[in-house]
Design a protein around this ligand. Structure first.
Ligand SMILES: Cc1cc2nc3c(=O)[nH]c(=O)nc-3n(C[C@H](O)[C@H](O)[C@H](O)COP(=O)(O)O)c2cc1C
Length: 224
């Protein structure tokens, strides 16, 4: 008998600041046993280079991804598609993707997805995800937001996407950059029901996260 059908999450990385959010989401998906199809926009190569020093190359994506994630573990479950490859698997609704996470999302990607432009593979797959009524999470990163982007975000919400600003909450006790990044990544995974332990959930008690071991400045100060 055949093996189980591979059903990946497509992760689209566009050229907004916040590439650590994408790295955290990819690591957490793989840790949860999920398969990942990765698309990196042309502009995202610049942000990855700027924020990590890594030149992300189509021909050497596995090596570059391992450096970016800080681990080669789980990369057998990753497929990579070039942003210019409109013949890529996920560009068709018949490809068995579970859905798509655009993280981080530029205002340009937000516009292109809202208007159905499909100017590159990332935008095409987002359009396919919407037409197939699969989950689409758009983790927008820009501040402040102009009126046009606000309209595009409302349009995405109307079409059924989850608009999830890269906006960390502080109630989970995080104080390091990594913890705040993981909070946003955790909310992205929450939106598609993928289990993770990226942040401490709110349990209805003020200050509880800060009092947990390793949770927040207060806990650290107590230990000093
Ligand atoms: C270092 C750097 C940081 C950027 N940060 C953002 C950002 O946070 N948000 C955004 O919307 N655009 C940002 N941009 C601009 C986008 O990369 C640009 O609009 C690009 O055309 C987006 O293309 P894409 O959506 O295909 O990735 C940034 C560009 C660079 C070079």
């Amino acid at each position: 008998m055949g093996t189980a059908k591979r059903q990946p999450w497509v992760v689209g990385v566009s050229g907004a600041s916040g590439t650590p959010y994408a790295a955290s989401v990819i690591r957490a998906l793989l840790a949860a046993g999920e398969a990942v199809d990765l698309i990196v926009s042309r502009a995202a190569r610049l942000t990855i280079l700027d924020e990590t020093g890594i030149s992300f190359r189509d021909a050497h994506w596995r090596t570059d991804l391992a450096r970016w994630l800080g681990t080669a573990e789980g990369l057998d479950d990753v497929r990579y598609w070039s942003a210019g490859d409109f013949a890529a698997g996920p560009s068709s609704g018949s490809y068995p993707a579970k859905g798509m996470l655009v993280v981080p999302a530029t205002t340009g990607a937000v516009a292109g997805i809202a208007l159905g432009l499909s100017k590159d593979l990332l935008q095409r797959v987002a359009s396919v995800t919407l037409k197939e009524r699969r989950p689409l999470v758009v983790c927008v990163r820009e501040t402040p937001l102009n009126g046009v982007t606000l309209k595009h975000l409302l349009e995405l919400d109307t079409q059924g996407a989850v608009v999830l600003p890269a906006s960390p909450g502080f109630y989970a006790g995080g104080s390091t950059v990594r913890e705040l990044v993981d909070f946003v990544a955790g909310r992205v995974l929450d939106a598609v029901d993928v289990p993770h332990s990226l942040y401490l959930r709110w349990e209805g008690e003020l200050g509880a996260a800060a009092r947990k071991p390793g949770g927040g400045d207060a806990a650290r100060a107590e230990g000093e």
